[in-house]
Ligand binder design. Structure first.
Ligand code: E4P
Length: 218
């Protein structure tokens, strides 16, 4: 399973990259706004800066909702850097735009996916990634992981190449369970990635080893 970090914060992206396990980045307008990135030029520069830090795919989201707006924005984003994946919302015009970009060989990430039917449509349009938001489903008492499971079955039934990018991951058990189900990618905060390191028996075991090492004549 690939690990993407879900942030526009360059320090956090650098930290995840330094760990050596980072495969890409996802952003969205809320995450960009959180970093105070304002104005078209700054936004485009910020995406380029992110691409310089990581080696993998970087999702950059369109803001327009008409077909023409999405095509114009998406083409501009895709031209920025070879690592850019155009992130498009799951709406009718979005599906048309995904098909358009697929035909042009431009990678897409279909975002704001909350049902298996939506994921099927995204795959039919040829999306490179589909982003089911598992944390937001959990927030409204719906099993987000169940959706990942359903999409996995449907995609496997027909051999769809669209990668399941489990999004809105909030914690380490989301990561572990997505891996068990067979999500292709997960995107989450740095805390969900670093949380995988933690186990009290590792800490106590290391403490004892280091204490005993003092008894050895090295
Ligand atoms: C997906 O790519 C989104 O950026 C993201 O995962 C949304 O997560 P949130 O529900 O924590 O905002």
């Amino acid at each position: 399973m690939k690990f993407f970090i879900d942030t526009a914060n360059l320090d956090q992206i650098k930290e995840a990259q330094a760990l050596g396990v980072l495969d890409g980045v996802t952003t969205n307008p809320s995450l960009m706004a959180k970093e105070g990135v304002n104005g078209k030029e700054n936004i485009l520069n910020h995406y380029c800066n992110i691409c310089e830090v990581v080696e993998g795919d970087v999702s950059a989201e369109v803001i327009g909702t008409t077909f023409d707006e999405m095509i114009k924005e998406g083409e501009e984003l895709a031209a920025l850097h070879s690592q850019i994946v155009v992130k498009i919302p799951m709406i009718k015009n979005g599906i048309k735009a995904i098909k358009y970009f697929t035909d042009k060989g431009i990678k897409t990430n279909c975002t704001l996916v909350f049902s298996c039917g939506q994921a099927l449509l995204a795959a039919k349009a040829g999306a490179s990634y589909v982003s089911p938001f598992i944390g937001r489903l959990d927030d409204v008492s719906t099993d987000g992981l169940l959706l990942i499971n359903e999409i996995r079955s449907v995609y496997d039934n027909y051999g769809f190449q669209t990668q399941i990018l489990a999004a809105s991951v909030r914690h380490t058990m989301h990561v572990v369970n997505c891996a068990k189900i067979g999500a292709d990618v997960m995107t989450g905060p740095l805390s969900a990635i670093e949380g995988l390191l933690k186990h009290p028996l590792t800490d106590s075991g290391l403490k004892k080893f280091l204490e005993d090492a003092q008894l050895m004549q090295v």
